[in-house]
Design a protein around this ligand. Structure first.
Ligand SMILES: Nc1ncnc2c1ncn2[C@@H]1O[C@H](COP(=O)(O)OP(=O)(O)O)[C@@H](O)[C@H]1O
Ligand SMILES: [Mg+2]
Length: 458
């Protein structure tokens, strides 16, 4: 059978390929599949299709740290498709951190090569089946347990710097029996992830590994990316963000807006002083209601985290907060929870903090400043090697690049309710009018004869 791919809008940049599915010497069973493949630029080709290790041998693992929009994903879509087409029947894996990203790759592969050479199926897990019985699966690393067990002939890990480490172990185990090749691609994102470590191993010249770095300028030279786009990104983005996303240079903080070294400096056990400000982040569908109280010096002195029905949540928040100034985020909760917190609650100081992308950004910048100036604390340090959830969330918090700019949030699949509650508490402490607190020692001092403050207090 002759299979031609339907015309593609990019057809001038696509090469024709003939693929012989069966032994060429036997014409009777020879099947020819013809398709167009995106013409990759030399750096893409070297990194993805023909990686070599330190000894000049074909590398089984290629680790590619690359700028955003340099063509990592499309290059690997072409590669996995061709490896599968040439390979034995069985499993081939595309693994992304979350299923939405895996589904994007599925749709892209589907649109690249046309129905004639494949049978795509979206559910239960997106797969593309090729004529020779090869099945390309598009999986997510959200539940690493689902990634064990199969024998896999080749794999791509997309957005590898964002994949959970457990998922990486699982994928690797599936390639053991087959000794299948793998491509790991991603933006750099700090130095605290397996992808960064793999890249350093490959860079050090471990046999079987190949290391590649593709930066924005390479994609511009190949006319895949517009130079103006990079210029405007450089203007609009914080320097460290630009460096990671476009120049593939790791920052120490992994895109953490607080700074990991600053987080380290503010780790303290819970203070025993009374709270002067509260921040409450109410649970949405899957996450937690978190309340954080700060003492007069800004240190965290109270911490609550629960999942309970609304009635109980409201009762508890009222009882805990009392008349201390508090900001509450109720975005996305749907119910007028803040009104319930305020109604029939004489003397309360509970204010709703309205979340918009801009106000959340401002709130988080306020928290970043407080952390960097050591005007607040994060619960720590580690107990028996286990970090407090507040520290974990602060460390995993990151900036993400959107069409409209940088946005701060938890990585997909992670929570940020502690971080939000903390930011709200900091805002409450600085913005809401504080009750005048006069310490006992000040009062005693003021009563001492001749005390200067005596004039103030008497
Ligand atoms: N060799 C190429 N020829 C033509 N277009 C390309 C090439 N490589 C990448 N592109 C285009 O560049 C854009 C970004 O590619 P993508 O693979 O999504 O980048 P990344 O995964 O690195 O962010 C896509 O629109 C893609 O079609
Ligand atoms: Mg991509």
């Amino acid at each position: 059978m002759d299979i031609n791919q339907t015309e593609s809008s990019l057809s001038d940049e696509w090469d024709d390929f003939d693929f012989n599915a069966e032994d060429e010497s036997d014409d009777s069973i020879r099947e020819k599949i013809q398709f167009h493949r995106l013409r990759l630029y030399p750096k893409q080709d070297e990194a993805i299709f023909y990686p070599r290790d330190i000894n000049g041998n074909e590398a089984r693992y290629s680790v590619i740290e690359a700028g955003t929009k340099t063509g990592k994903t499309v290059g690997c879509i072409c590669w996995l498709f061709e490896v599968a087409l040439n390979g034995p029947p069985g499993n081939y894996w595309w693994v992304a951190p979350v299923s939405r990203q895996a589904a994007i790759a599925f749709r892209r592969m589907k649109s690249f090569f046309g129905r004639e050479v494949m049978t795509p199926l979206l559910t239960p897990v997106p797969t593309i089946t090729l004529p020779g019985g090869q099945v390309i699966w598009f999986l997510s690393g959200e539940d690493p347990d689902n990634l064990y067990g199969e024998d896999v002939w080749a794999a791509v890990i997309d957005e590898a710097s964002r994949l959970r480490e457990e998922a990486w172990h699982a994928v690797r185990s599936t390639l053991t029996a087959t000794r299948g090749p793998m491509r790991l691609i991603g933006n750099v994102k700090g130095r605290k992830n397996f992808f960064y470590n793999m890249a350093r191993r490959a860079e050090r010249g471990e046999p079987g590994y190949s290391y590649h770095k593709i930066v924005a300028a390479d994609a511009v030279a190949a006319k895949v990316l517009a130079a103006e786009e990079i210029e405007s990104a450089k203007r609009d983005l914080p320097e460290q963000v630009f460096k990671e996303l476009y120049l593939a240079e790791a920052s120490d903080d992994g895109g953490n807006p607080f700074g990991l070294q600053h987080i380290e400096k503010v780790l303290h056990p819970l203070s025993t002083a009374p709270p002067v400000a509260w921040g409450w982040d109410l649970a949405k569908k899957h996450d937690f209601t978190v309340g954080i109280g700060l003492d007069i010096s800004g240190r965290v002195c109270r911490f609550h985290r629960w999942q309970l029905p609304w009635k109980e949540t409201i009762k508890k928040i009222r009882a805990i907060t009392m008349r201390i100034p508090a900001y509450v985020d109720s975005t996305g909760v749907g119910d007028p929870i803040v009104e319930h917190l305020q109604d029939d609650n004489p003397g309360h100081r509970i204010e709703e903090y309205l979340f918009t992308p801009q106000s959340k950004q401002k709130l988080m910048e306020g928290l970043a400043v407080a952390i960097q100036n050591e005007e607040t604390s994060i619960i720590g340090p580690t107990i028996h090697g286990v970090k407090h959830v507040m520290q974990l969330e602060a460390e995993s918090f990151e900036y993400v690049l959107t069409r409209t700019g940088v946005r701060y949030s938890a990585p997909e699949g992670f929570f940020d309710d502690c971080t939000c509650a903390h930011a709200l508490a900091v805002a409450a402490k600085f913005n809401l009018p504080q009750a005048l607190v006069i310490s006992n020692s000040a009062i005693i001092a003021s009563r001492r004869p001749g005390s200067r403050s005596a004039r103030v207090f008497t």
